[in-house]
Design a protein around this ligand. Structure first.
Ligand SMILES: [Cu+2]
Length: 144
């Protein structure tokens, strides 16, 4: 019976860990016509989505740094206000596009070099892992 209970608790914890990772982070492109991304640098968890929304026109989102593009993602040519672009930074993406520290630099091609319109997405491990570790400690206490 105890084994069955432990299995159910474990299944619930795994489900909670998976559910906790499905967040979407908005980044505004060119807010108020400024040559910036806002927020410029964000940290997200594996499985999260970054959702860029254009507040002004003439911008795009290209992975890499000005002068050194990378092939990981590109929104397309510079586009109008109201444009959106999504990238899901899940395990498959990270494996297919490995970068040191899981830090994905990106920039606006028309304004990256001239105006420093750059940003970054740092992808961390599952945020639920520390909580899960704490929960495992509690489960073990129950069996003492
Ligand atoms: Cu721009």
């Amino acid at each position: 019976m105890r084994t069955i209970c432990a299995a159910l608790v474990t299944a619930a914890l795994v489900f909670a860990a998976v559910s906790a990772t499905a967040a979407t982070h908005d980044v505004t492109v060119g807010p108020g016509g400024l040559f910036v991304f806002s927020p410029a640098d964000i940290t997200i968890a594996v499985g999260d989505t970054v959702h860029w929304v254009w507040d002004s026109g003439g911008h795009n989102v290209a992975s890499g740094v000005p002068g050194t593009p990378t092939p990981y993602f590109l929104s397309g040519p510079p586009d109008l206000a109201g444009t959106t672009f999504d990238v899901v930074f899940d395990a498959a993406f990270l494996i297919a596009n490995p970068v040191p520290g899981d830090v994905y630099d990106y920039y606006c091609q028309p304004h990256g070099e001239l105006f420093g319109m750059v940003g970054s997405v740092t992808v961390t491990a599952f945020t639920a892992v520390p909580d899960e570790a704490v929960s495992w400690g509690r489960i073990k206490e129950l069996y003492r």
